[in-house]
Every structure is written in structure tokens, then in C-alpha cells.
Design a protein around this ligand. Structure first.
Ligand code: ZN
Length: 201
């Protein structure tokens, strides 16, 4: 399976990082070795002093597809989860400055936290989610605020990458990203359902 991630998909997050609003979705891939499941602790990697959380809605793909028309994109959604796209912001800044690919800062081991999956809710296009750090809400998002909504992401991505059963799509993060420290506890919710709860080491 592959993990497909979307960058800069919420306006206020683009503003907080002083990035430009993209004309088309920004896509990157994480390897399957990036997954961190079952509320396992996250260990801050040695190479970074500035790892940021980015909470994101995640879509699991249920059938093989390429060149998927937007109107049929919903047929490819199996279930949804909540995830964190951990990002070594210092490493990312260094790579971006040199015009190099992001992979080391985004695809390192255990950088893709994933919760258990739930059936796709009817209000997928207006779904609330949030991240709490040590009991305080640090990020709050709603899928209705995405620049590129989920069907258009599926359509766009499938023009470049064949989607396969079991692939994950991380749909981008809203504003409020920030650093983690050893000892932090992160809890993620979709609406009022607790999706993950783990600690940083
Ligand atoms: Zn992200």
C-alpha cells in the first residue's frame, strides 16, 4: 500500500507557514514504514529538534482506479480515520531552501500516525475534527474548509498514481500546527469520537 498526502489544503494553514495558495493539489507520498498504529508512542527522531504535529482526515481507498472522474470518486472511499502527518519542520525548511524533495522530513519512520477506521459518515464534506495536546485543543478543522475537497483530490491524484485497495489518503491539515516534546499526550477526535490517544517520547 502507499500513503498519499496532500499539502497546503487549508487556507489558514497556508497563511501560518507563509506559503502560496497552490493552483492544483500538492501531493507527496510516504512509505508504508511511516505508519504508526494502535496508539503506540511516537519517538522524536534524532535528526530533528522541531517535529510538528499536523492532524488530518484520512481516507482509505476501496478499489483500484485511475483517471477517476470527480462524480465517481465517492465510490472509491472505503472508510475514514484520523491521522497525524508528523513533519520535521527544521529538516523540511533546510530541504525546501535547497529546492530538494521533502521525503526525509515527511516520510521518516512512524511519521504517519493512523487511528482505527470508521464507516464513512454521510457528512464527510462537513466533518469536524480536532487535536488535543495535553488536554488543550491545538487544531480544529472541518472538511468543508478544504481548498480541494475529497472527491476532487481523488480525481486529481488518480491522474498521476493508480489508486489501489488499502491505500491511505491524508487530506491536509488545518491551522494550528506546532511542535511536540517528549512527554506530550496527543488525542484526536472526529466530531466527538476519540480516534487516537498516544504519547510522545
Ligand atoms: Zn500534512
Amino acid at each position: 500500500m502507499k500513503i498519499i498526502c496532500v499539502g497546503r489544503n487549508y487556507l489558514k494553514h497556508i497563511e501560518e507557514l507563509n506559503n502560496k495558495v497552490p493552483q492544483e493539489p500538492i501531493i507527496f507520498i510516504k512509505p508504508d514504514s511511516a505508519l504508526l498504529r494502535n496508539n503506540a508512542p511516537f519517538f522524536i527522531p534524532e535528526f530533528s529538534n522541531d517535529v510538528h504535529y499536523e492532524v488530518e482526515l484520512v481516507i482509505k481507498i476501496k478499489k483500484l482506479g485511475r483517471h477517476i472522474p470527480v462524480d465517481f470518486a465517492a465510490d472509491y472511499i472505503d472508510s475514514i480515520a484520523l491521522g497525524i502527518d508528523f513533519t520535521a519542520r527544521d529538516k523540511q525548511a533546510e530541504l525546501k531552501a535547497k529546492g530538494l524533495p521533502w521525503e526525509k522530513s515527511k516520510g521518516f519512520d512512524h511519521s504517519a500516525v493512523i487511528s482505527a477506521f470508521m464507516p464513512t459518515p454521510v457528512n464527510l464534506e462537513s466533518l469536524e475534527f480536532r487535536l488535543e495536546k495535553n488536554g488543550e485543543v491545538v487544531q480544529r478543522g472541518n472538511s468543508s474548509m478544504m481548498i480541494h475537497n475529497i472527491p476532487s483530490l481523488i480525481a486529481h491524484i488518480s491522474e498521476y498514481f493508480t489508486l489501489k485497495i488499502g491505500d491511505y489518503l491524508y487530506t491536509g491539515t488545518p491551522e494550528g500546527v506546532g511542535p511536540v516534546q517528549s512527554g506530550d499526550r496527543l488525542k484526536g477526535f472526529i466530531e466527538e469520537t476519540l480516534m487516537f490517544d498516544f504519547v510522545v517520547r
